[in-house]
Design a protein around this ligand. Sequence first.
Ligand code: C2E
Ligand code: CA
Ligand code: CA
Length: 602
Amino acid sequence: MVYIISFCVVVIGLAMFAAWYYKLFSKIQNTEQITAKLTIFQKSVEAHKDGIIILSDAGEIVFFNTAFQRLLKLKPVFNKDDLVHAKVFKLKSSEQINIETLVSKFLYRKNEESEFSISADLIIDNKETPVRIFLSSFPVNNKGKTVNYKIIDIGDLTHDIVASQRKQKDMVSNLPNQYKMIEDMSILITRMQDQNRTFALILLSLDNLSTIIAAFGHVKVETLLNRLSEGLKQSAKEMNCALYHVQSNDFVMIASDVHMADEIIKIVKAVEKNTNAILDFTNTHMRLTFSTGVSFFPKCGSSTEVLIDNTYKAIAEAKKKGDGLLVFARDVYSAKSTKHVLEILNEMHGAIANNEFVLFYQPIVDVQKDQITGAEALIRWRHPSRGLIPPIEFIPIAEKTGFIIELGNFIIEEAIRQQKRWETFRFNPIQVSINLSLREIETADIVFYIADMLKKYQINPSSIKFEITENLAMSNAEKAKSEFLSLKNLGVELSLDDFGTGYSSFAYLKDFSLDTLKIDRIFILDLVRNQDHQQIVKAMISLGHNLDLTVTAEGVEDKETYALLKEYGCDFVQGYLIAKPLPVFEFQELIRNEKSLVTGRL
Ligand code: C2E
Ligand code: CA
Ligand code: CA
């Protein structure tokens, strides 16, 4: 717009001047006045920041200003004709047009519109320069002959583009940037305040950026950030959020009407889903993670500055605790009206000390022996007011907030202590399976902690089995491989949980020092009716056996499924057919009366 206006000013000025000049020249013939006016004209066009050149309709240069000379990097002294006809600069546009053709096209469009403008990249000194070119003509009568003068006005857009990008878009990802976020947030705050609504500010920060740059170089990391922004765009679309790229490795999502932690977890999960493949950077088994800081409007602040500050504080805390964690801004913790899940977050910390967490045990049957030989320890939270809370409601939050380490330690000690009790009271040998989450495996001292517990309770290590899901193991396969080996060296057994839901490579299955594949219940629940699942389960069992592993099927709910699995040679089964996860005393009752119960049901 500024260009159009300034261009018009120049054109009108020139036209007026020319008319006036002509009038003066032919009628008044006042040479002194003419010279004075000419000087004014020349100076004003000279001072214009656009490059301006005036040509006769024969293509002769009548005038050009210094900005034109500077923009095109022309030598101070040159032949006029050279300037028009020689290819001093080339125009690169969709038509591959150069200045010569441009000018000639313009020169011969006598009967067409007398003004037009184009945007193009001029190649000047081998460098692309974005410009906007205005062309116009004006007729001047001289002694009965009309000459159509052409004005070419070239505006350099480089600075404007950079300035506007700086204002609105990130240079790498082309996503709206922090300036745009601040602008949008202040509008949003006013609107949400008026309508009594909420929103969440979610800051996602790629961890260890400097290490990644050191390892892969800037160029690759820019490509990575670009690809990540694509994954984030997809997530923002799915979760109905606005997305901004606020700094090199920091992205922000704004989710309207979101005020609960579980809604945030859904968003974070969508991000994980859409960026998982990208985060497995360059197939180097280097697993990248996002730390997440969240604050809610208006709970954590009712101004842009306070909200942003609190979100950054939350992320600083997340990064301090480790990679890939989610932390909610402080104000949320202390807010009185926190919703269900936020209360869970608060209360989880005190729940271990209050003995609110308990382990339930679900029997695992040896198919050949028709006998309970194991149990999976499954955590439950006996909440004083909410009753029994299933793990699905708090394990994901515990994993995301890092609380899983504390909780995991409790679970490991509790299961090992229980195993010791069964040994002491001479129950039939029961191998206890304990679930481990990725975050637990990633902490350096988990192996030491387990070793300590085995020593403390003096139990046979092989009476403990650790279950790690296939997805978690494969998400950082190299790390998992070495951690599995360290665990195996303690003498405990290992099982790959939820097998079939991830993508294990055969090589890793061989290298993982596993004892058991545990087929995910998704394949088992409809086994009798689903022939595809029958083929898959058969293949998984033979794969396991070929690798010298035992195979467990979970989710066995009926006798027909049990019979099929027995026919396929499956080693162990677990499921509601035998029993649901039971409190320890009920589990003990079950194994005491096992013969009648199990055989009676099967
Ligand atoms: P999982 O490790 O796959 O655990 C098996 C889940 O399947 C249990 O759900 C169990 O109750 C359920 N299940 C067992 N048999 C049947 C059946 O015949 N039919 C059906 N429909 N379901 C059956 P639960 O106890 O709710 O645990 C859910 C998940 O929570 C577990 O999945 C595990 O990923 C996690 N979890 C549970 N306890 C712990 C724990 O102590 N530590 C960790 N890190 N995660 C745990
Ligand atoms: Ca499990
Ligand atoms: Ca499982």
